[in-house]
Design a protein around this ligand. Structure first.
Ligand code: BTN
Length: 237
């Protein structure tokens, strides 16, 4: 069960560092503020104190499972939670961003640790426009900048952990294909012209194994991970 034990600190470098693999699966670490929040690909994740949901979850999937798939499981849980809370569509920008109206409200990061996985999720909840990072690669938003409402971070966290718990159980039992229709329904990139680590093409969708299919001038290319940049909008035909 994801959510126990729970470690909460007012401030830390990164909640990713509060969990070690000796804790039971499902342990959660949260903070009101991170001084060195970690993003994917060595980037930073910046929060104004007390405004964001910052959590890390310790998972111990069987060793024969592909841990990077958990980035998508976490992204799906974040997208569905945000959609539910806001009452408007949220999309998953493969592999780890959650966007609302094209703006990033959440990011996820899966790090392997001694056979375990620490899945970190950050959600911008109560930031004002001035409190969002001005230099972010993808224009940021918070739930508050989207609908003007201030929310209790704890309530958003409870909903996220419940959704993540159910999605993780489905993934454990039946694998990523069992979540594929939900992932595909939130796929932001599909139909967009994108560049992923030097490969340019039209995104044809996230496959059942979590990879991204691109249609390029020289044929279909499957990308396992990487930095995704949207070049311009294109039709899905
Ligand atoms: C990204 O978008 O690049 C991933 C961002 C992940 C941020 C979360 S916040 C909670 C956890 N602690 C961290 O230091 N990073 C993750």
């Amino acid at each position: 069960m994801i959510g126990r034990p729970r470690i909460h600190v007012p401030e830390c470098e990164s909640t990713q560092l509060l969990l070690d693999s000796t804790l039971p699966e499902g342990a959660v670490a949260t903070a009101d503020h991170q001084t060195g929040g970690r993003g994917r690909l060595g980037r930073t994740w910046v929060d104004a104190p007390g405004t964001a949901l910052l959590c890390s979850v310790l998972l111990k999937p069987p060793h024969d499972r592909r841990a990077p798939e958990l980035t998508l499981v976490g992204g799906l849980a974040a997208a569905e939670t945000i959609e539910d809370i806001l009452g408007r569509p949220a999309q998953l920008k493969w592999p780890n961003d959650v966007l609302v109206d094209g703006r990033k409200v959440s990011g996820g990061l899966a790090e392997q640790r001694h056979g375990a996985v620490v899945l970190g999720i950050g959600v911008n909840v109560n930031q004002s426009p001035e409190q969002l990072p001005p230099d972010a690669r993808t224009a940021p938003a918070s739930l508050r900048t989207i609908d003007g409402r201030t929310r209790e971070v704890e309530i958003v966290l409870d909903r996220l952990l419940q959704t993540l718990d159910a999605a993780y159980e489905t993934w454990l039992a039946d694998g990523l294909p069992a979540l594929h229709s939900r992932i595909a329904a939130h796929d932001f990139l599909r139909g967009h012209r994108v560049r992923v680590d030097g490969v340019t093409g039209i995104a044809r969708g996230i496959r059942t194994d979590g990879t991204l299919e691109l249609e390029t001038p020289s044929g279909v290319v499957v990308v396992e991970s990487g930095e995704t940049r949207v070049l311009r909008t294109s039709s899905t035909s």
